[in-house]
Every structure is written in structure tokens, then in C-alpha cells.
Ligand binder design. Structure first.
Ligand code: AMP
Ligand code: MG
Length: 345
């Protein structure tokens, strides 16, 4: 156990110093908090896996100070990658490209590819600048638990296991970056996230969605992104993702719930579920940005209330709703229910 320092957003120089010495610092980004280490320090990167309890074959995303730095980490960068960089960086998009040999294998879980992104959060940017090197940084949570969108989530999971956390308040986007593999054509979406598929397609034309995103990977298929095969975002209680229009999912859940269950619902609909042990709203049905911002926080809040089961109203796959629905379905182990849209008389 070590003493985990809590730094303010003005202490990015101290954070840079800790990172240069081979330490681990959790930093706020616009997506979720990341657990950073210098990308060239193999021992520090190994400590990320240990602190999180992360399987060593699940690669980390490398955070750069600007798009040009892609050349320090990647080979064979296609023109479209530069175009995406110009359009979406700094921002919540990670691109998978061919790895340069200088990037230690441990960063990319032994793969010959590497995921890179330029974060938009001013504190993350200041820390990268202060460290003077790209930073390998997965989400700063214990492996398998919901991603951290507040410093208190990081402290809950990792206090005593990391050198410091910078408290930058709640994250603005709230779900992780979109991951796109730029090494194959058509380009392939490995994880929906902060940049919507629609916005990517406006630049690239049609892209492919990896089958693991919808959970339809068979046992024999190797996942394109190793992270896909692990249980994720899961609270202690079993989660049931209920899809369909809000009206339909509300009707289904209100009929199914028992008094020891919890419900994560669209804001304004809480009253419908008064029978449940715990009810938490996470944004209006039409406000996908709010749903994204709040989903991980409400999963953690609900977990603390120890319900027997957790029902969640799950948005459709439009815009940021795609990322939110993906996280909910993963939390549910792809136990997904389509709520009937018509009352059966
Ligand atoms: P996290 O940093 O916790 O958000 O997780 C990073 C995600 O990006 C995981 O799902 C990884 O599997 C994925 N990822 C990172 N690097 C690569 C890569 N080189 N190829 C495919 N997926 C990657
Ligand atoms: Mg993660």
C-alpha cells in the first residue's frame, strides 16, 4: 500500500514529475479518468496492469499531445487517419494503427498494433506536456468495474495502489473514446464512444461495426480488440438491459420488478417504479449526452444500494446512445430484453 496523493488541477507539474520518475497518476480526461504512466517506462506500464488487476493482454491507449506525435508511435499511417486526426482531435477518438517497435510490447498487450488519441481535457493536456512523453492510460478503475467519471470513483477503486490522482471534477463526455481500427478497409469500429459512428461516417463513408460490439462473438472467434472478451462495467447485482422506446421499457420494467430490485431509468419517470427498492434517473430519454455523462456514476451509486437485480432503460443505437447502450449491454453480460411496444390484450 502506498499513500495516494490527491492533487488539484493546478498541480500538473507535480503530476509530470511523478510520471517522469516512473509513477502512476490518475488524470481527468473529457471521457473518463485515465491511469497514466510514461509510455517508454516498461516497469511503470506493468504497474498499471497490477494496480487495475487488468489482464496483461488487454492493450492500453496511448495519449499524445498532438496529432503529429502519431509518427512517434505508429507506422503506415493512412491518409484517412490524418483526416480523422484533423477533424476529431483533440477529442474522444482512438485510432488503432501499426505499432512502431520503440513502443514497448506491454503497452499494446503484445499486439503489433497500438491505439492512440489526443485528449481534449486541458488538465490531461497539461500533464502530457509536463511529463514530456506520450502517456499510456487505460480507464482508472479496477478491471471489470464501471469506468470512473469522478475523482472519488478513482479513489474508491485505486486508493493505496497509485501515486496520485488529480481531481478535475466530473468528466464531460462520461463514456470512453470511440476505438476505430484504421488498418483494414472498410475501417472497423471496435468500440462505440464519444465520437458517434454517424460523425465518423460523415468523414469516412460507411464503416464496419465489429461483431463483438453487439455481443454476437461466438466462442471460437478471437476478438479484434482484446478488451471485448472481458466482463466489463458490471456491478455486483445482475443487470437487465431493457431496450425499446421509453414507454415500452417502462411498462415492461414496472411489471417485472420486485421490491428488492433497483431501476436505472430516464429522468422524469422515477414515479413509475416506486415499488422498487431503489430508483435512479440518469437523464432524459432524448438527451443522449446526459445519459452518457451519468451512466457510470449511476451504476456505481446503484451498486452501493445492493439491490437484488438492476433493470436499466437502455437507449437506442443513435449517436451517443450507441455507446451508452453498449456499456449497459456489457454490464448486463448481453442479457438484453426487447420491451414489447404494444400492450398485449
Ligand atoms: P480502456 O483504456 O480501459 O478504455 O480500454 C482500452 C480499450 O481499447 C480496450 O477495449 C482495448 O482492448 C482497446 N485497444 C487498445 N489498444 C488496442 C489495439 N492495439 N487493438 C485493438 N484494441 C485496442
Ligand atoms: Mg477501461
Amino acid at each position: 500500500m502506498m499513500d495516494t496523493r490527491i492533487l488539484t488541477v493546478d498541480q500538473t507539474a507535480q503530476a509530470g514529475e511523478i510520471l517522469r520518475r516512473g509513477g502512476l497518476v490518475a488524470i481527468p480526461t473529457e471521457t473518463v479518468y485515465g491511469l497514466a504512466a510514461s509510455v517508454f517506462d516498461e516497469r511503470a506500464v506493468a504497474n498499471i496492469y497490477t494496480a487495475k488487476g487488468r489482464p496483461s493482454d488487454n492493450p492500453l491507449i496511448v495519449h499524445l499531445s498532438d496529432g503529429k506525435e502519431m509518427e512517434k508511435c505508429c507506422l503506415d499511417i493512412p491518409e484517412e487517419a490524418w483526416l480523422l486526426a484533423k477533424t476529431f482531435w483533440p477529442g474522444p477518438l482512438s485510432m488503432v494503427l501499426t505499432k512502431r517497435p520503440e513502443i514497448p510490447a506491454i503497452v499494446s498487450g503484445g499486439l503489433d498494433s497500438v491505439a492512440v488519441r489526443v485528449p481534449a481535457h486541458p488538465v490531461a493536456r497539461a500533464v502530457i506536456a509536463a511529463a514530456g512523453v506520450p502517456l499510456a492510460a487505460p480507464s482508472a478503475n479496477l478491471s471489470g468495474s464501471p469506468s470512473p467519471t469522478k475523482a472519488e470513483h478513482v479513489i474508491h477503486d485505486l486508493s493505496g495502489r497509485i501515486d496520485a490522482v488529480i481531481d478535475g471534477g466530473p468528466c464531460q463526455v462520461g463514456v470512453e473514446s470511440t476505438v476505430i481500427d484504421m488498418r483494414t478497409k472498410p475501417f472497423r469500429l471496435l468500440r462505440p464512444g464519444g465520437v458517434s459512428k454517424e460523425r465518423l461516417e460523415a468523414v469516412l463513408g460507411e464503416i464496419e461495426v465489429d461483431s463483438a460490439v453487439s455481443g454476437s462473438l461466438t466462442k471460437e472467434q478471437a476478438p479484434a480488440s482484446p478488451g471485448m472478451k472481458y466482463r466489463h462495467y458490471a456491478p455486483n447485482a445482475p443487470v437487465l438491459a431493457v431496450c425499446g422506446p421509453g414507454e415500452a421499457s417502462a411498462r415492461y420494467i414496472s411489471r417485472e420488478i420486485r421490491e428488492n430490485d433497483g431501476v436505472i431509468c430516464y429522468s422524469g419517470q422515477e414515479m413509475i417504479f416506486s415499488k422498487a427498492k431503489a430508483v435512479i434517473g440518469y437523464g432524459e430519454e432524448t438527451d443522449d449526452a446526459a445519459l452518457a455523462r451519468n451512466i457510470f456514476d449511476v451504476l456505481r451509486q446503484m451498486d452501493l444500494l445492493s439491490p437484488e437485480r438492476i433493470f436499466i432503460q437502455c437507449p437506442n443505437d443513435r449517436a451517443l446512445g450507441f455507446a451508452v447502450a453498449n456499456r449497459i449491454k456489457k454490464a448486463a453480460g448481453f442479457h438484453v430484453i426487447s420491451a414489447p411496444t404494444e400492450e398485449i390484450l
